[in-house]
Design a protein around this ligand. Structure first.
Ligand code: FES
Length: 107
C-alpha cells in the first residue's frame, strides 16, 4: 500500500498558485485550482519541458513552451482529450489537522 507523505500545511498552497515539492523519490507540482488541490508531474508529456513555467487558470495548466493545456485533476489534454500522453497526476489529500499529503505513485 502506498504511503501518504506530509508536504506541509494547507496555507503553503494558496488558491490559484502552484509550487514544486520534492519528496524522497520524486518532484511533483502541487496546484491549488480554485481551492481544490491537485498534484501533477513536473515534466510536460509533449517534450519534457518544466510545467512549473506554465500558467494555471482554474483547473487548466498550460505549458509555457508549446501551449499544451492539461486538466490538473484528470491529467487530460484539454484540447486533445484523447491524446495518449496525459500529464501524470498523483493522489493528494488534506488531513483533519490541515496538513497536505501526497502519494508519489501515479493515479
Ligand atoms: S513541452 Fe509542453 S507543450 Fe511542448
Amino acid at each position: 500500500m502506498a504511503k501518504w507523505i506530509d508536504i506541509g500545511p494547507t496555507d503553503q498552497f494558496p488558491t490559484g498558485t502552484m509550487r514544486c515539492v520534492s519528496t524522497e523519490d520524486r518532484q511533483v507540482i502541487v496546484c491549488n485550482a480554485d481551492g481544490k488541490l491537485a498534484a501533477v508531474d513536473p515534466a510536460c508529456p509533449h517534450a519534457g519541458k518544466p510545467m512549473i513555467d506554465g500558467e494555471l487558470r482554474g483547473k487548466v495548466l498550460t505549458c509555457a513552451y508549446h501551449a499544451y493545456a492539461y486538466d490538473v485533476f484528470s491529467g487530460r489534454n484539454t484540447d486533445f482529450p484523447y491524446e495518449e500522453l496525459p500529464l501524470p497526476t498523483y493522489p493528494i489529500r488534506v488531513t483533519d489537522a490541515g496538513r497536505v499529503e501526497i502519494q508519489t505513485t501515479r493515479k
